[in-house]
Design a binder for this molecule. Structure first.
Ligand code: SAM
Length: 288
């Protein structure tokens, strides 16, 4: 089923009628391509038993497609100017709710509990504001385990990092922080030309499927997340050098040798399981 909102003509008309321009400070790039909208909703596999959370509905192009499929769609939009337009564009749907707030400030668990009713599944689907992609994803992953699937449009470079595999240039602390909790899949690349206005970068849609049981669990997760940031602090340096700001050379040498990791290794060569082993080793031996 296609929608009426996600097209160049509709977006231009609504902006003109309301004397509005897309706001750069809120990362506003409105999606105008029904095929891309179909790829996003198909990747999410939504049904009437799903509460969908959408961040930044904008003029409602993705929201419209979500409302056609979901039990309920709960949106967070920071831009008050868009709220009446959005409500008008989506007036035919009775399963749509919008909260005028900054997604980084909301109590997501309380909102899910008050809006989900008897819906058994909670997914997040969004064309994200690119200036806060990482804080949004890491913030939600750490705050809630109620959202089991994320389908998100983001800058291509960030998508590649999130999906990065060990020993590739894209693998970094973000790949690990997300890979710890979820399987990340790049669904499709999206050219900049399908947005109004066109951003300076290409985009991609990424799906995160959260693990029901973590494949490997760190003894102290807070320490683990801090530790991976330290390991990747300066990418060109060896692990020994990056860890040197926190631990003695003797301790680092012993830890690497006890865990069969060569002293010249760089962070990008280690698997998530190896990072967890090292983090656990520190927790066991230094109590951090
Ligand atoms: N979903 C629409 C679409 O696909 O055409 C708009 C996507 S646009 C890339 C990002 C949207 O996120 C804008 O509507 C913007 O106002 C909103 N936004 C930006 N920062 C936000 C925040 N901190 N919390 C909630 N919404 C935000």
């Amino acid at each position: 089923m296609q929608g009426k909102i996600g097209s160049t003509g509709f977006v231009n008309k609504v902006l003109k009628e309301n004397d509005l321009q897309a706001k750069k400070k809120f990362g506003q790039n409105f999606l105008t391509d029904q095929n891309i909208l179909s790829s996003i909703v198909n990747a999410a596999d939504i049904d009437r038993d799903t509460l969908v959370i959408e961040i930044g509905p904008g003029l409602g192009s993705l929201t419209e497609r979500l409302c056609q499929l979901a039990g309920k769609v709960l949106c967070y939009e920071i831009d008050g100017d868009l709220i009446p337009i959005l409500k008008d564009n989506l007036k035919e749907f009775n399963n749509f709710e919008v909260i005028h707030n900054d997604i980084l400030e909301v109590d997501i668990n309380a909102d899910i509990d008050s809006y989900r009713g008897s819906l058994s599944k909670v997914y997040l689907v969004a064309n994200l504001p690119y200036y806060i992609t990482t804080p949004i994803i890491l913030g939600l992953l750490s705050k809630t385990s109620k959202i089991r699937k994320y389908v998100m449009m983001m800058q291509l470079e960030v998508a590649d990092r999130i999906c990065g595999k060990p020993a590739t240039k894209d693998y970094n602390a973000l790949s690990i922080a997300i890979g710890y909790r979820a399987k990340a899949t790049k669904i499709t690349k999206v050219p900049r030309t399908v947005f109004i206005p066109a951003p300076n970068v290409d985009s991609a849609v990424v799906r995160l499927d959260l693990y029901d049981a973590l494949p490997y669990k760190a003894k102290n997760e807070e320490h683990f997340f801090k530790f991976i940031r330290l390991c990747f602090n300066q990418r060109r340096k060896t692990l020994t050098n990056n860890l040197g700001s926190e631990y003695s050379k003797e301790f680092i040498n012993k830890m690497l040798s006890d865990n069969n990791i060569k002293p010249t290794a760089r962070a990008e060569e280690l698997s998530i399981e190896e990072f967890i082993r090292l983090s656990d080793y520190i927790v066991d031996n230094q109590g951090e």
